[in-house]
Design a protein around this ligand. Structure first.
Ligand code: G6P
Length: 617
């Protein structure tokens, strides 16, 4: 989603902004822009639609004068199409005050503000909500505010919605002011120069010291330092965190795409989680859950979006099976608006790779306000969700760059499995079963490695899928979420329409779609006691001449009659205990989506229209 970079007091302001924007490309965007304050104090603006290279070319064709202050933005269109006029920065002026702004989020009351500002003489050149921001701040400066931070404070009282924005003022070199509400913004504390960014990665190599702003904080950076006002306009100190971002800057490491690299990292991610979160002697899970009273938990809500939602569905299976506690899993965008009833003893779990997804964060805040205990599983321990939680489980997947999540999904599934086992232990559930599952987890990295290396049968299948317009994915029990995730992956990066259903639901609707042109991917393990049920569903597809793709293990294959078997495309996975089957079955579906996408030539790491971290509703 949108990205923000700002710099003061650095003679390479333009290059720093462009490099920062390049580091934020992975988040997904469709236009980009930069504004600098040249030595005569004027704002210079360059914007371009499409990839960042278009902006770089624009700055080469129409060079910017040298400048030490700059702001930049990658925009993921919400209000208004991806055009140059809608790209940020946006400029607004009132009287003698002229400002440039870059913004992430949505100003929901922008229509009212536009009407109000229009009467004051504002002229809008874009269809964006953002363009109201510089006008509202300039109006505050014109009317009463003495300083830019005061004007920003006054302006934020007028805005509804979520935002993070940075403002640059003409004739005010080496000063930038930024604020946030709901969307992330941090300060990079440098030597002589200071920075603002929506993600520390944008500033990697410039500083390792970061201040993560709280909602409604207003930070002003100058060459001399950083000053912060809280939501009430009072000066406040926020802690400085030191982050080592060197590994985040690692490239593709010889892989063609980040997605493939991240698929290959999965065994190491799982090993790291097991090493960090299990006792080496008795293998018992030791997640850092000191902030929670596990024995007192009576029910659980797990809330997430996208891939994290599917991982959460696996978590539900584990928790209910092992800890015998009822679990509700829901997408955050629905949960937050249905005013859910909360009961004492409830635990609210947010699962989020980024820790910044707007809907998940809002749902978390709703539950927190209602007094629920909050546990967050996230890959970013400095994120807004992590900071709001009673306990945080670091997913330790390392930065995930490809928009389509793979290693974070794997980490979520394993961490939720460990949580289920730890909770089961705290609840006094059968120790033998917990130990058996813990032992199974130990074997997972090796199984993942061998599965990642098995691409041949998938490559053969890929060729058949090139002309396919639609697919169906089916799975039962803890493999149903894997079917959902597999369908999501092929949609996201190979742009093939795919529906996923719990196998038993197929005959309640999607069976109407089955004919000889429909590939139906079925997931079945011989170790969960549901194999025969799944074979019945396969027969239903076979009877209607659907193209069956069966992902199963050798025992499963042996149970098929040879006539059926010959008609299927078989993808073999190792025979593994049911506890780790979801993770093992995930890999061929990730690879199938990846190989199909690369064969089709899509933009695998930055697929069209998608964003890595969705910080708007
Ligand atoms: C976006 C990404 C997905 C991700 C989802 C939730 O849609 O494209 O890959 O699963 O957001 O993100 P989160 O950071 O909360 O896990």
């Amino acid at each position: 989603m949108c990205g923000i970079v700002g710099v003061v007091s650095n003679p390479s302001a333009k290059d720093i902004v462009l490099t920062g924007l390049q580091r934020l490309e992975y988040r997904g965007y469709d236009s980009a822009g930069i504004a600098t304050l040249n030595s005569s104090g004027s704002i210079e603006l360059r914007r371009a639609v499409g990839k960042l290279q278009a902006l770089v070319t624009e700055t080469e064709t129409n060079p910017l004068q040298s400048a030490t202050t700059g702001i930049g933005h990658t925009r993921w269109a919400t209000h208004g199409a991806p055009t140059t006029a809608n790209a940020h920065p946006h400029i607004g002026h009132m009287g003698k005050h002229k400002l440039a702004v870059v913004h992430n989020g949505i100003i929901e009351n922008y229509q009212e503000l536009r009407a109000e500002l229009g009467q004051l003489g504002a002229t809008f050149h874009s269809q964006t909500d953002t363009e109201t921001i510089p006008y509202v701040i300039a109006t505050a400066l014109e009317r009463s505010a003495e300083t830019l931070p005061q004007a920003v404070h006054a302006a934020t009282q007028k805005f509804r919605g979520s935002f993070a924005f940075v403002v640059m003022q003409e004739d005010q070199p080496d000063v930038l002011t930024g604020t946030r509400r709901g969307a992330p913004l941090c300060v990079g504390v440098g030597e002589g120069a200071n920075y603002l960014a929506s993600d520390p990665l944008a500033l990697a190599g410039l500083t390792s010291k970061f201040i993560f702003l709280e909602d409604d904080d207003i930070a002003t950076i100058t060459p001399k330092g950083v000053s912060i006002l809280d939501g009430k306009g009072k000066p406040v100190d926020r802690p400085v965190k030191v982050l080592d971002l060197t590994t985040d800057l690692a490239g593709k490491n010889g892989f063609k795409h980040f997605m493939l690299k991240e698929i290959h990292e999965q065994p190491a991610v799982v090993s790291r989680l097991l090493q960090s979160y299990t006792n080496p002697v008795d293998l018992s899970p030791v997640l850092p859950l000191q902030g929670l009273n596990l024995a007192g938990i009576t029910h659980i809500n797990i809330i997430a979006c996208g891939t994290a939602y599917y991982a959460s569905l696996i978590g539900k299976h584990y928790i209910e099976q092992f800890a015998r506690i009822p679990v509700n899993v829901e997408v955050a965008s629905e949960f937050r608006y249905r005013n859910p009833p909360y009961q004492k003893g409830g635990l609210f779990i947010a699962v989020s790779q980024s820790g910044e997804t707007a809907d998940t964060l809002a749902a978390l805040e709703h539950a927190k306000a209602a007094g629920q205990n909050i546990l967050v599983f996230t890959n970013v321990t400095t994120s807004s969700m992590a900071r709001a939680a009673d306990a945080v489980v670091d997913l330790m997947a390392g930065r995930e760059i490809a928009v389509a999540s793979t290693k974070a999904f794997m980490a979520m599934s394993v961490a939720l499995g460990l949580f289920a086992l730890q909770l089961a232990g705290a609840k006094g559930q059968a120790a033998a079963e917990i130990l058996e599952a813990s032992r199974a987890l130990r074997t997972l990295p090796a199984f993942l490695s061998s599965q990642i290396a098995t691409t041949k049968p998938l490559e053969e299948l890929t060729e058949k899928l090139l002309e396919t317009g639609s697919m169906l994915y089916l799975g039962r029990g803890s493999l149903a979420p894997i079917a959902f995730e597999g369908a999501l992956k092929i949609k996201e990066i190979a742009y093939i329409h795919a529906e996923a259903y719990a196998s038993g639901e197929m005959k309640h609707g999607p069976i109407a779609l089955v004919d000889k042109s429909l590939p139906v991917v079925n997931l079945a393990t011989s170790t969960d006691g549901l194999f025969e049920k799944t074979v019945s569903n396969l027969k239903e597809v076979e009877a209607r001449h659907g193209q069956i793709i069966l992902v199963t293990d050798a025992e499963g294959i042996a149970k098929l009659d040879s006539a059926s078997r010959d008609k299927m495309h078989l993808i073999t996975v190792p025979t593994v205990p049911a506890f780790i089957a979801p993770m093992v079955f995930t890999v061929p579906l990730q690879l199938l989506a990846y190989l199909t996408a690369t064969a089709k030539g899509t933009d695998v790491d930055q697929p069209r229209n998608l964003a890595k971290s969705v910080t708007v509703e």
